[in-house]
Design a protein around this ligand. Sequence first.
Ligand SMILES: Nc1ncnc2c1ncn2[C@@H]1O[C@H](COP(=O)(O)OP(=O)(O)O)[C@@H](O)[C@H]1O
Ligand SMILES: [Mg+2]
Length: 236
Amino acid sequence: MSLLALRNVRAFYGPLQALHGVDLELEAGSITALLGSNGAGKTTTLRAICNMVRVTGTIEFDGRALNGLATEGVARRGIAHVPQGRGTFGHLSVEENLQLGAITRRSRREVDADIARAFEHFPILKERRGQQAGLLSGGQQQMLALARSMMLRPRLLLLDEPSFGLAPLVVRETFDRLEEINRAEGVTVLVVEQNAQIALKVADRAYVIETGRIVMAGPAAEIAASDDVRRSYLGH
Ligand SMILES: Nc1ncnc2c1ncn2[C@@H]1O[C@H](COP(=O)(O)OP(=O)(O)O)[C@@H](O)[C@H]1O
Ligand SMILES: [Mg+2]
């Protein structure tokens, strides 16, 4: 069953239309990659889901419409959004960032248990728990953003270019952790990437977006093998 379904979604920034009828479905428990070059509409697709842009069309999450919910209401339905640039608080410690990620949660004990679990997935964050987030390396900040978003206990995780600005080895590690979290926690993932190579390694399915339109969709292995994708996005 699909957990999230976008049908004929158009998105607008004032007079500018950035999405032109996007259809997209995420199977529960899967990792889906949305690939495309700069300006294609990847970030806007995530903003459309979170109702941060003006949208027409339908967006259903778990069989119910998201349209009309405020961004905060979308989060409460169980959708965590890690924006481009990560959105962690640089002046706060690692642990404070994790606690803030759990701000909508009630049970102190559950939050503490989740922080302990985040430290199991990300041992480096445990070592650095008292350090200011702004002093972490780029890779560690991305791990923190991931760990923080999981503090909501989301059913769906939206990630905007987690590889951005990271060295190749660090990118690899970030995606390994992402795969581990998907498997261990059963969270459904939509990851937006310009780095098609790494995203296609962990994704079950992939979509390619160009100038606000989905131009290709299918199992990640098929997308990776397509001549067009190899030429345009994989460089071989
Ligand atoms: N805040 C904004 N105001 C106006 N236009 C925007 C804004 N954000 C993005 N756009 C435009 O929408 C289109 C899609 O952008 P975006 O979704 O950010 O692409 P991507 O994330 O794939 O690089 C681009 O043409 C971009 O210039
Ligand atoms: Mg973007």
